[in-house]
Design a protein. Sequence first.
Lengths: 109, 113
Amino acid sequence: GQNIDQPTEMTATEGAIVQINCTYQTSGFNGLFWYQQHAGEAPTFLSYNVLDGLEEKGRFSSFLSRSKGYSYLLLKELQMKDSASYLCAVMDSNYQLIWGAGTKLIIKP
Amino acid sequence: IAGITQAPTSQILAAGRRMTLRCTQDMRHNAMYWYRQDLGLGLRLIHYSNTAGTTGKGEVPDGYSVSRANTDDFPLTLASAVPSQTSVYFCASSDSAGGNEQFFGPGTRLTVL
């Protein structure tokens, strides 16, 4: 079966750095996505990795290792507005997204 | 309008009733999707459409139907609602079916009693 695993909840301090991990087992691989979802709102796109390595975009970076079935999202200089759920999703061989349950990130002052 | 709109925002429905959730996008995207999101679970794909005139079944299609008569609209119909269909429903679209980010509508919160 297909499976995406990520921690249910994480807590971090404003101004700090946090790493959210995602491991996956899917039928084929056509890229890995990270989305941010604030409570009561729609998911919004953060990043896309299809090749191994690190993609940096401002305060957010995403890393992929296809051989390990592993990705992480790194958030730097945390702000209170970063409190949200972070969703990991893998595009399988049928070009359908398989979603993890999401990691709820709580930022404390 | 800009992006994707969904209607209604929320709805309480009696079991056995028929309901259509509406979704419209103005980005001329070819691909559209319907997901449901339940607490503790990831988004699950119900149905999708890679281009106008075609539809396909996702992970959890039973009890739902869709149509794609044109590029902009992708309605989701529950023929006879059951309580297990209580969920938040998101419509999404992407420029094409593969490897592109999906843009999400604001969601419809549906409660079936």
